[in-house]
Design a protein around this ligand. Sequence first.
Ligand code: SIN
Length: 240
Amino acid sequence: MFRDQRITPQQHIDFSRRFGRLMIHVLHQFHLAGHPEILTVSNILEDGKPIGLGDAGKYWHSDISYKELPSLGSLLHAQELPSEGGDTLFANMHLAYDTLPAALKSAVEGRRGVHSYLAQYGQLQKEGNWRPNLSAQQIAQVQEVVHPVVRTHPENGRRALFVSEGFTTRIEGLPDDESRALLNELFVHSVRPEHIYRHKWQPHDLVFWDNRSLIHLAGGTPDHLRRKLYRTTIEGDAPF
Ligand code: SIN
């Protein structure tokens, strides 16, 4: 985390690019004008229209895990912060794997999970007014993919759980009820309090996290308070 970064969107993009190719979010409606590499995360309405994705991060997730090449990491830069709430929570998925009970560890060994951008999309549409209907082109960009349930970090060799409530819909090769029950156990275990860091934003914070090691959640902002952040997302390699 880097405090007090008074950088422009272009500097945010240029810095992010040092770590890899930037991913362009499927919701082009919420790209920052002139900078498609930046997704605006915001609950602000201008002329009755959202300027950003107001419910980004409402479910635990690893950014863009629904692509063949999920994200290596994301950089979120605070633009406008509420006077209360608006925290971001991170859960350590290496710790989650290391502390899995033996029976769960053997249940996930060698398993693969299905990741889908659409996993919670309909539910999010019901819960709020942030999510536009997706066009056929947008749906074509987010076909579901399969990744190992336990991945190995390519730089430090540590194993991490790689499933999330936000994007993982089922475990391949298991009957639906068993898959759902196993995923629920993994979701609950992943976000035990001792695995979590809660980030309390300060003006101009730039937070850079590793999507191969962490899942994250937007803690929520009271409706009457404004919050706006800019996010870049760096492409990673195929999980193994
Ligand atoms: C996100 O999930 O990218 C946004 C997290 C947040 O708004 O705190």
